[in-house]
Write a protein that binds this ligand. Structure first.
Ligand SMILES: C[S@@+](CC[C@H](N)C(=O)[O-])C[C@H]1O[C@@H](n2cnc3c(N)ncnc32)[C@H](O)[C@@H]1O
Length: 371
């Protein structure tokens, strides 16, 4: 009988198995990178390093954050993990001390008061890693067996759809709105500087699901002839302080009515809704179509969303798009679409033509759709 000691496994199989084992551990622990990032944002570590004005030691960082020096070993672990991911930069000084500095990534996490010219992207991290969303990912395998097609992983976890929960939990509503504001701020600055948006001769724009109106505020500032209407749910509109004579806020339901305008903007809206639920998605599009004039008169729907797998995609941005697709499944049973999936929606909704302006950031594109 062969004993374990007498079985000869070929070297290449041993090597392959060892590599596979290492990959498995690395993948299993990948979530710890995200959780370490969340911890760093919650502790305001980027602000502390920025205040310090030069690379910081763990001991200095602990003092700045008013954390006991007893925790030094563990904060160092978090900083080392995040430095591996280029969130921070570690350095050993000639005297052998380890210091940590900001990188372009952690500069995005500085709060406005700490660094006014940088878009503070922390809310985006905090919402995406909020326990209500992360817990929804724990439900995925159960969700695949769920017979009720209307139940989402988020509903299985939280008892309510994400947009309804915001109505009941003001803090969660606030986090969603802040996240959307920081993203609109970031994206609008990029699009304006690249000249990707043009509203010459356009009188009115309706921002469908436009949140608290930051995008609208940026648009009317950039295009003085433009007036905006922001449509969103009542508990979101209630939170806004941006009412001016150039921005009209309407509390309503985009599945029921979209106000008339020359152009309709749908930024980060359609990816919230599942394809199988296409009746709802097409309702949004059809309502926009009814609300806006024909192409010859400048009428169009502007969609800002991911188009998965467009040419010139880097490996990282394709991976982010694929992860975002699952993020949308967990949070609202939405999805990220490739070009053929987008085209199907437009054709089914009766639109004549569309144009894609690829990659306004490393994930998303602008799609102009014409009635
Ligand atoms: C992902 S956020 C995008 C917000 C904004 N367009 C942006 O990108 O900053 C989706 C928005 O859709 C709104 N929303 C969800 N269901 C809606 C509905 N039935 N009618 C109007 N707005 C809705 C949400 O309240 C939220 O503000």
């Amino acid at each position: 009988m062969a004993t374990a000691a007498s079985i000869k496994i070929p070297d290449n199989v041993v090597q392959e198995t060892l590599e596979a084992h290492a990959i498995l551990w690395n993948q299993t622990f990948s979530y710890i990178k995200s959780m370490s990032l969340k911890c760093a944002v919650e502790l305001h570590i980027p602000d502390a390093i920025h205040r310090h004005g030069m690379p910081i030691t763990i001991s200095q960082l602990l003092s700045s954050l008013s954390i006991s020096q007893d925790k030094s070993r563990y904060l160092r672990s978090i900083m080392r993990v995040l430095s591996q991911e280029r969130i921070f930069k570690s350095h050993i000084t000639p005297s052998g001390e380890e210091t940590f500095d900001l990188t372009p990534v952690s500069r995005l996490l500085l709060t406005a008061s700490s660094f006014p010219h940088n878009p503070n992207t922390s809310p985006l991290v905090l919402l995406s890693l909020n326990h209500r969303i992360v817990d929804s990912h724990h439900q995925l395998s159960r969700w695949f067996h769920e017979p009720d097609a209307t139940i989402t992983p988020f509903v299985m976890t939280n008892g309510k759809a994400i947009w309804n929960l915001g109505r009941e939990l003001p803090q969660f509503n606030d986090l969603i709105n802040k996240t959307m504001e920081c993203d609109s701020n970031f994206l609008m600055n990029v699009m304006a500087s690249k000249g990707w948006l043009s509203f010459q001769g356009i009188g009115t724009l309706v921002d469908v699901g436009g949140g608290t109106g930051l995008m609208a505020a940026k648009l009317v500032e950039a295009f003085p002839g433009l007036k905006c209407i922001v449509l969103d749910l009542p508990h979101v509109i209630d939170m806004t302080e941006r009412k001016t004579d150039k921005i009209q806020f309407i509390a309503g339901d985009m599945f029921v009515e979209v106000p008339h305008a020359d152009v309709a903007l749908l930024k980060w809206i359609l990816h919230d809704w599942k394809d199988e639920d296409c009746v709802k998605i097409l309702q949004i599009l059809q309502r926009c179509k009814e609300a806006i004039p024909p192409k010859e008169k400048g009428g169009k729907v502007i969609i800002i969303d991911i188009v998965v797998g467009l040419k010139f995609n880097s490996h990282t941005s394709l991976q982010t798009q694929l992860l975002f697709d699952l993020h949308m499944l967990a949070s609202c049973m939405g999805q990220e679409r490739d070009e053929s999936e987008w085209r199907n929606l437009f054709v089914t909704a009766g639109y004549r033509d569309y144009k894609i302006i690829p990659y306004v950031d490393h994930m998303r594109s602008i799609i102009e759709v014409y009635p």
